[in-house]
Design a protein around this ligand. Structure first.
Ligand code: G1P
Length: 899
């Protein structure tokens, strides 16, 4: 049985009785402003940021505890109360019985529509929810239909409680903050403007107005209002059995105002007589607007059926067009899932990691790592915006190679860390280069490397181990020179500085120190002696790639030298005796961080590209050999893997004994991706991963084996139940990166298995219980957890485009080198991908010829528009920048590839 049915190719899907499954919610948001989520029963919340929640904040467990967030009631004469959202005491008790309403959800990017049919009340409803593109209102269209053979007298009561304050007040001063509420009824709208934003450290005058307006299809407002919860639910009442609806109360008339009460946007419309088959539609709008915004103007923009429908059409078109990538494979369902995966990075740009029910951590914004990885996907869909994003994000790098971790709301806004305990994630410096390199490959814009930008400065110095007591807020958040000027360095300087500082911060085994954690945030209890071999490999990979990039600059673009800050000379040490000496490395790092304690000199030096490349390659080679020699765990002739960590006692974390195998996926991913693992080793790693980590029921490759130890000397992850989240779940992000690394090294059959098992797990609703997309992880029961907001989506999309379909950028050229397995082709042996590249539209059509060989996939013939393009001896097609620029802008360029 298929639970999710797709309609076309743009991801729109439908599902029967979605309320019978736990934890389903759907994102609807604007480009800015409101970020909402809606469950099938219209639960879920809405907010603009942590301090401005229009509806009461919810975490995943609240979704079944309190479903009555947005309720649209009908008092049906002679029958009683029916909730068009399915949430009344009666409907709750009818659930799972024959009396249950039947319902059907239909949804697409940023809109949801739920139809409901009640045999008991002889009513049907269709409720469509979305947020305007500007994010100034969440709009709901409620259609009611009389399906009985007789007339029905109906009074409509929309009711949505307006929380109107900070998420912090959900428990902290919940009642006191309601005393701040000033609620007014005017022009058919209920507004709440709290007097203060409550904060015991210093209350702020509040400027935000929360509002709700309800209208019939012609924009005519209600005749009665219930602006407070107590008036609406009545003494002893509840949201499942509100007195106002039960007793058909008239409510108050406008104008009206009330102070110091929990507010609600509850309305009473005049009684309507619905003949058999007759329909009625109402529009409900709500939002949170800052000073100067005019609530009435916003509400009247959307308050008729016509204007609401118009906005809905705009919304549908806008978000579908955002994902300007199309896949056509032999499987329509997969194509639609891929659409959703491509949309997920857009969702994370909007929601961060804090604003959907599973994602209740933090107070908004994204982490440093997420910032960079989300750019990966966005730069394929929105390349122009991403250039600026990359440049702005580098402004968060400190001169000691660490970075700001408190990220502001605006792009490029980083906030000073005043904590006494700072956390340094040792992987942070790894990601910016990966993103920048992809950007350069897609666009050929090497000039970005020479863009000059400042460094971040706050109190934290010496890689988070000391404080700059001279630093004050007046100094500001930009690194200055001794003459007081803000220092500006190129992006390539930022990259070198970040990557080189990491080289010297090693632990006793000469692998980079784990510090606060690496990619795995939950490896957070080994700050002293912990080491991350996994990311030491990763950095070595960066050194090689940076050297390749610099060589390209020299050979193809005529650059011979790079200008860097004088202090950085220390980091280019090449003394051979330093490599094996932890002490010498520490001394170098010590010397460097001492030079940039407060101000830097402002002087620069010029280093030849040849010297930098040799330097980086030497460092990479030393690291890779060191890891190959000291961290390889050879279980038997066919199995082996890399140890990726040392714990806080300085002991190797991975290995095996008679009772237990300890293996972690992350360690393998970066050794493969960076080139540290040899081909022989990759084979052994794959065998071991298949034997110890692969679990088809759980959705693929687990993050680690069961250590059966609480391991307080490594991280909180060992406190999680095994098979959950970072402790051995099938964690999509690392699984996808495993797939990506395998494809990159030419192991595409193995890579394909990784991608396929993940997608199959997500598609299998009977265990996954999730709407289309890829989740952060699958739990022990195979349930998709933490849906929508995961870095896995960016990497999945990238792997499918760059590796599976094999369309990638190479310094602005388009290179095509596919690794399509047979199931990607349709019955006519064709598959295609449509995407934009270099500002032009492309559709790349692949045909599997009769002698198509999956052991040796090669392009046999390529025709670009009408021109034949010869593959090179490896079967790779290259369309140069020049050829690309000669293509017309407004046509669809067709590339036919025969395999
Ligand atoms: C999340 C975080 C990511 C972190 C990962 C592992 O993954 O967002 O930064 O590296 O957990 O701790 P995500 O939800 O992006 O898949």
């Amino acid at each position: 049985m298929s639970y999710i049915e797709f309609k076309g190719q743009d991801g729109t899907f439908s599902m029967e009785n979605p309320e019978n499954y736990t934890g389903l919610y759907f994102p609807i948001a604007g480009e800015k402003g409101l970020k909402s989520c809606v469950t099938p029963n219209l639960g879920g919340d809405s907010k603009t940021d942590q301090n401005h929640f229009l509806l009461e904040p919810v975490s995943i467990e609240n979704l079944h505890n309190n479903k009555s967030t947005r309720n649209f009631w009908c008092n049906i004469e002679g029958k009683g109360m029916w909730s068009a959202t399915g949430v009344s005491a009666v409907q709750e008790s009818d659930k799972f019985t024959e009396e249950q309403d039947s319902s059907k959800l239909e949804a697409g990017f940023m809109w949801q529509s739920v139809s409901r049919k009640s045999m008991k009340f002889q009513m049907k409803s269709k409720i469509t929810s979305f947020v305007s593109i500007e994010g100034d209102a969440e709009i709901t269209m409620i259609e009611l239909e009389n399906i009985s053979e007789k007339e029905q007298n109906i009074t409509f009561y929309p009711a949505v409680a307006l929380y109107g304050r900070s998420a912090d007040n959900i428990r902290d001063h919940r009642h006191v903050t309601s005393l701040l509420h000033r609620t007014v009824v005017k022009d058919g709208i209920i507004t709440v403007k709290p007097v203060l934003s409550f904060d015991e450290r210093g209350h702020q005058k509040n400027e935000t107005t929360y509002f709700a307006g309800a209208f019939d299809s012609d924009g005519v407002c209600a005749e009665g209002y219930f602006p407070t919860v107590e008036e609406f639910i009545g003494e002893g009442g509840s949201f499942l059995n509100p007195k106002a609806v039960r007793e058909n109360l008239p409510g108050v008339k406008e104008p009206y105002s009330v102070e110091g009460k929990e507010s609600i946007g509850a309305f009473r419309f005049s009684k309507k007589i619905l003949s058999p088959g007759e329909k009625l539609t109402y529009i409900f709008t709500m939002g949170a607007l800052e000073k100067g915004d005019d609530v009435k103007n916003v509400v009247t923009k959307y308050n008729t059926l016509e204007s609401a429908k118009k906005e809905l059409e705009r919304v549908k078109k806008y978000w579908v067009e955002k994902v300007d990538i199309d896949f056509h494979t032999g499987d329509k369902v997969n194509d639609n899932y891929l659409k959703w995966i491509c949309f997920q990075p857009v969702l994370r740009r909007i929601y961060g990691c804090s604003f959907l029910p599973y994602h209740d951590y933090g107070k908004g914004g994204r982490g440093w790592r997420d910032l960079w990885q989300d750019c990966l996907a966005l730069l394929i869909m929105e390349p122009m915006q991403v250039r600026k994003m990359i440049v702005d994000n580098y402004c968060g790098v400190r001169f000691d190679g660490t970075n700001a971790t408190i990220i502001g709301n605006a792009q490029g806004e980083f906030i000073a860390d005043r904590n006494n305990i700072t956390r340094v994630w040792m992987d942070h410096a790894f990601w910016p280069f990966i993103t920048t390199k992809l950007y350069i490959d897609q666009t050929g814009d090497v000039e970005i490397l020479f863009e000059k930008i400042p460094y971040f400065k706050d109190m934290q110095i010496s890689r988070g181990t000391s404080k700059d007591t001279e630093w004050t807020t007046d100094y500001g958040n930009r690194q200055r020179t001794i003459s007081g000027d803000i220092y500006q360095g190129s992006i390539i300087e930022h990259i070198l500085l970040q990557n080189l500082c990491a080289f010297y911060e090693v632990g006793e085994h000469n692998e980079m120190r784990l510090r606060g954690a690496d990619w795995n945030d939950a490896l957070d209890m080994a700050p002293d002696k912990g080491e991350s071999v996994a990311f030491t490999s990763a950095y070595a990979g960066n050194y090689v790639e940076i050297a390749d990039l610099l060589m390209h600059l020299k050979e193809k673009c005529g650059y011979t030298k790079i200008e860097v800050a004088e202090e950085m000379l220390v980091l280019f040490d090449r003394d051979v005796s330093m490599y094996n000496s932890v002490v010498k490395k520490h001394a170098i790092l010590e010397k460097y961080v001492e030079l940039c304690r407060h101000n830097i000199s402002g002087n620069t030096v010029i280093i030849s590209i040849d010297e930098i490349c040799d330097n980086l390659r030497e460092k990479a080679e030393w690291i890779m050999n060191n890891i190959r020699n000291n961290e390889w765990i050879c279980k038997d002739e066919t199995k082996g893997w890399f140890n990726g960590y040392y714990d806080n006692h300085g002991n190797k974390v991975e290995g095996y004994d008679d009772n237990n195998v300890r293996m972690m996926l992350t360690s393998q991913v970066f050794s493969i991706m960076s080139g540290t693992a040899t081909d022989e080793q990759i084979k052994s790693i794959c065998n071991s991963a298949d034997e110890y980590l692969y679990d088809s029921k759980a959705g693929g490759y687990r993050l680690n084996t069961n250590f059966r130890e609480e391991k307080f000397d490594l991280g909180r992850m060992f406190g999680f139940a095994y098979g959950e989240k970072e402790n051995g779940a099938v964690f999509s992000h690392m699984a996808v990166m495993y797939g990506n690394a395998l494809y990159k090294r030419g192991y595409y059959k193995e890579g394909h298995k990784v991608l396929k098992t993940l997608l199959d797990a997500a598609k299998n609703f009977s265990t996954g219980r999730m709407y289309p997309g890829i989740p952060e992880y699958f739990d022990n029961d195979g349930r998709g957890m933490y849906t929508y907001l995961t870095g896995a989506a960016s990497w999945y999309m990238l792997t499918v485009i760059n590796e599976v379909f094999g369309v990638k950028g190479n310094y602005g050229d388009m290179v095509i080198c596919p690794a399509l397995m047979p199931e990607y082709f349709d019955e006519k042996r064709k598959a295609y991908i449509a995407l934009n590249f270099a500002g032009k539209k492309f559709v790349v059509i692949y045909t599997a010829s009769s002698d198509y060989d999956i052991d040796n996939i090669k392009v046999k013939k390529a025709v670009v528009n009408e021109t034949l393009v010869e593959p090179d001896n490896k079967g790779v097609i290259r369309i140069t920048k020049e050829m690309l620029s000669n293509m017309e802008d407004n046509r669809e360029n067709v590339i036919n590839i025969e395999l």
